[in-house]
Design a protein around this ligand. Sequence first.
Ligand code: BGC
Length: 738
Amino acid sequence: MENRNIRSALTGCFSALGLAVVMATSSCSTSDKAQELPNKLALMANEAQIDSLISLMTLEEKINMLHGSSSFTSGGVERLGIPELTMSDGPHGVRPEHGRDWSFDNAGNDSATYLPTGIALAATWNPDLGYEYGAVLGSEAKARGKDVMLGPGINIMRTPLNGRNFEYLSEDPYLVSQLVVGYIKGVQDQGIAACVKHFAANNQEIKRAEVNVEMSERALRELYLPGFKAAVEEGGVLTVMGAYNRFRGQYATHNEYLVNKILKGEWGFKGLVMSDWGAVQNTMEAALYGNDIEMGTDLLQMPNIDYSKFLMADTLLSLVKSGQVDEKLIDDKVRRILRVMYSTNMINGSRTEGALSTRAHQQTALKVAEEALVLLKNEGNLLPLNKSTVKSIAVIGANATRKQAMGGGSSQVRAPYEVTPLEGIKRVAGSGVAVTYAPGFEVTRQEKANQQLIDEAVNAAKGAEVVVYVGGWTHGYTDSWDGGAFDAEGADKPNMDLPFAQDQLLDAVLKANPRTVVVLIGGGPLDMTQWVNRTSSIVQAWYPGMEGGTAIARVLFGEVNPSGKLPVTYPKKLQDSPAHALGEYPGDKDTLNVEYREDIFVGYRYHDTYKVAPQFGFGHGLSYTTFGYSNLKAAKNADGVGVTITLKNTGKAAGAEVVQLYVKDTEAAVKRPEKELKSFSKVFLKPGESKEVSFTLPKEAFQYFDEAKMQWVLEPGNFTIMAGSSSQDIRQQAEIGL
Ligand code: BGC
């Protein structure tokens, strides 16, 4: 709020300087254009104004805009009414307020809606929800006086161990692309800039600022870049965050190939690139290779950071003064920042009001959580629980009472409330069901089984008709943001095993009461081999946000029919996962190189092609009803290949199915995956209802990236189009010659 007042005061300076033309341009025409030309940022109308503004600036003033001026701002030019740019994490809620010197100066008064994290959003397979999710973030960022929301995070889930998989979306570039566009538009339609991160190849947290990623051009183009490309070309994202790691020998945030050649060159990105916090390593490279704003340098000096010592501050100034860096490069960076300011109404124009933590926003959190939950297994239909017949439930597991909003690193959110699984179950079960609770395990660094807790859990399990076990990962060992090794920034998981000796606990609980439903919290796959075959029902609940407990309970009791699908493969064992089976992870300890030798065979592309059966395949997720697929037809049309299929709800409950279309190139000059996701549609049907579902597969759906030609090619020949309920459950297929 304070920000906005300062801004309007500063905007007045334009008139004083005789820049009436800047003030007169209507912000309305700007946003109309924005819809027509997302990738051009619709800023062309302002280009002349931006140029005239730049012509008024001294070199010192320009340089001042290119680096941090506090923890989450970059510099403005007060004399000209150019405000500071204010940023906030991201990506699933507006982060608690930091003072300029990183202190928590506003603690207690800076809560925000805590949405389910990225992996949960992706598990909905519902791009419309991506938009709603982004709209909540944009509105709340605006209410908190921010200009840039530091999200979405979209790095590909290369290994199950990555500590930030919970923030990211998927192993599949198509699914990422579909969700990222909605998210960005949702944020930016609120007049706030989104920031897609971390560009690029930041696929592990171990030594994230030191490793050098080596991968083939084909893997880069087919897997690691499409989400970013969609963010720019379809989402019209205004800002991009450069990653910490090196890529082919050069730091990603000032990487000539990634930033200049591809992002700003091939894709025509007109917005700004900011570094991740502390990611700029070299002034000359930052100047030359496209980093526009340097953030977060010298964090170790906190709270006494000297911003003039940033690599893009005094050092850059002297390089320009001595003629080693052309001032035109500086102007280009300033121009990009000003474009973002114009398109978010920071200069010239006014913002609409945002809203913080409203009931409507909390309902979005609930809706996303409900659609995100994945029913992995339901043998014997133990689920849904029936309130009128089940009289007693033992809830077991420390995650049933653990709040997660403030964990995980920079994505922490101070939620006004968080419904835990235990609270949700008690509320939804109502007074007719006796609910007991036993924690069963402790979240400690020692990870030893606590026999007393196990005994108590066993007693509770024996005394109840049904057990709901709530375990899995948590954000680390402690409540602090960087509290440990699980699902937290700055660290990868040490292995894929269920932590805190939960295998031992589950073994005892399953023996005591086989009517046990396992609910897993966490950011992705874990090794279930010790108990999966003895467990009839398993629900993957992710980090489901502030209404997570409600969503879990509503799914358990059948008030919501689960419709989530896995956005990532669940291998049986870590060694079955391609980065570990074929590739390099966490990298060579001397050279710090990480070679992505598994190449394009990430996730199901590997499991299906190399015939390594997963525990649960990509796209898997059950429902309380059943769906029949029939009548798949594929025919060439002007736009590519038109596909139709009839989907019928053949069970007794209303529900949604995600119809997934995969494509296989039957003979190809290069090795291609057994199948690749190229379209999907989430369809809601009442019992007995059927619907013809239509898709268009554009030519891109059949192409691969040819490294010799350095371009996408469509090789003539036959392709198989597969429609299924998951990558492992293909129901219909058709051949087409192209
Ligand atoms: C994270 C970013 C985050 C930034 C600012 C970095 O450590 O990698 O995702 O946006 O900090 O908090």
